[in-house]
Write a protein that binds this ligand. Sequence first.
Ligand code: SF4
Ligand code: SF4
Length: 363
Amino acid sequence: MPPSRFLPHSALQSLIDVLAASGYAVIAPQAREGRIVYEETFQTAELPWGITLAQAAGNSRTTKGTHKQAFAWANGPQALKPLLFAPREPLWRITRQTDGYAVEAIEPPGRPLAVIGVRACDLAALRIQDRHFLGGPCPDPHYGGRREGMLLVAVNCTHPAATCFCASTGDGPEATADFDIALTELEDGFVIQAGSPEGEEILAALPLQEAQAGKIEAAAAGIRRAAESQTRAIPGQNLRDALMARLDHGRWQEVAERCLACGNCTMVCPTCFCHAETEQPELDGSGSLHSREWDSCFGERHGHIHGKQLRPEISQRYRQWLTHKLASWHDQFGRSGCVGCGRCIAWCPVGIDITEEAAALLK
Ligand code: SF4
Ligand code: SF4
């Protein structure tokens, strides 16, 4: 690891300014209507200073705390996913010509993004999404175009939510790879490290101070405490065989009696990548716009294939989600599809908890 330095809170604006001057649109967390969202940011005053985020099963709410930090919370409903894999976007347009059809690819907006506040679980999810969208024989040009220019400023977690369990999946709370810059926030500023030549170049333009040993130790202690304070855990990192042996377990029906099949869990999950493709034909028959949008295995449409509904029951849809995420994902990606961010727990309207369901299924 390159040496750690220190960036006082009062100099954080210089990071935004240097990133903007380097051509990036700077995306950072902001507090909005009780949530933390990622939006374009120009001033450090827009960050969620003094904000605390309480999360529990079926609950997520920001409050004004008594501290003076900007990142003393775990995660909001968004992660990097919507910035790279847009919730809805047009892919191509087909236009009728006198002698046939013309197909025009629609390019995604070209401005590179610098994202401040990326958590370790988000980086783990990004590795999975990169593999899904870019690892095959036909890399996705929309995802790839955005990903290529993206600069990642990670923030190590020192304030996990009650819903977090990244320590048990091995994906957090410390960012250990695949970032350009990493910050660990203390009461008066950040211990800061570069993780790439691009990150080092940005750091070279900042008014950094030498990081005293006490600050480095305080940052490490904050990350250690974050791991130790997590009370939820996924029971074992590879549940493939155990879950596949329980496809007829009574718990699938029990959870289906609570589940609304709303799909919130899949929308907020940073590793879910299912989508639907739709056509919007012009009324005059002159052409058609082809788009894709996020879809969910909890929706009726998703299981409707060749005129047949494959998963008419909610119990089958929940089973599909959990066994893909925690079991068959190992066959696809060599790891679980869960990075322990806890979003599906906090944003499930009826508080269904993936750690509790996995534990109940293993009994
Ligand atoms: S399954 Fe839930 S806890 Fe796991 S990565 Fe997805 S949203 Fe996060
Ligand atoms: S588990 Fe919760 S969030 Fe997911 S579909 Fe069911 S009710 Fe919605």
